[in-house]
Design a protein around this ligand. Structure first.
Ligand SMILES: Cc1cc2nc3c(=O)[nH]c(=O)nc-3n(C[C@H](O)[C@H](O)[C@H](O)COP(=O)(O)O)c2cc1C
Length: 145
């Protein structure tokens, strides 16, 4: 597929939730993160990925064509399923400009933040609206320091 760069100034942000496949291990999580960081650096994509053993919540931001291309890859990726788009909108500046892919997973230190955004015992990103998803990622990122 030939890709025009004339539209590279049109930036979008997309946030989705997905369910980790049961056979995905901690080692796989690290590989996903590494692959995301390497590819995103090459593709002008930035963002934030949250994961626990059951779910992913990710924001990706960058040129619209690149984000759409990544969406096709994500939909075909067997390491997760039930991808549900929570939000997508055009942006004039990036929220995650400093990170090829920032990340957070549950720790003792951030447990209170997850709890604040959970309506059930377990954290479940399918129950978050766009605003809460964004606030959660921002808080988890600031907590990391
Ligand atoms: C939860 C999750 C998040 C991912 N995030 C990214 C990402 O930010 N950037 C990316 O290039 N690939 C990401 N991937 C991997 C893509 O689905 C796909 O495997 C990859 O882009 C293909 O890269 P390749 O063509 O270099 O093999 C993610 C996969 C999963 C399961």
């Amino acid at each position: 597929m030939t890709q025009s760069t004339a539209d590279a100034h049109i930036l979008v942000s997309m946030t989705y939730a997905s369910r980790a496949n049961p056979d995905v291990s901690a080692k796989d999580f690290n590989e996903i993160l590494k692959q995301a960081q390497e590819n995103n650096t090459a593709n002008g994509i930035t963002g934030m990925l949250i994961f626990n053993k059951n779910y992913f919540l990710q924001t990706i931001e960058g040129p619209r064509a690149q984000i759409n291309r990544l969406l096709y890859s994500l939909l075909a990726d067997q390491r997760h399923r039930d991808l549900q788009v929570i939000d997508t909108h055009e942006i004039t500046s990036r929220k995650w400009a400093k990170w090829s892919m920032n990340y957070a997973s549950p720790t003792q230190d951030n447990a209170a933040i997850y709890l604040k955004y959970s309506t059930t015992v377990d954290f479940n990103p399918y129950l978050l609206n766009a605003g809460s998803s964004s606030d959660l990622m921002r808080e988890l990122s600031s907590q990391k320091g």
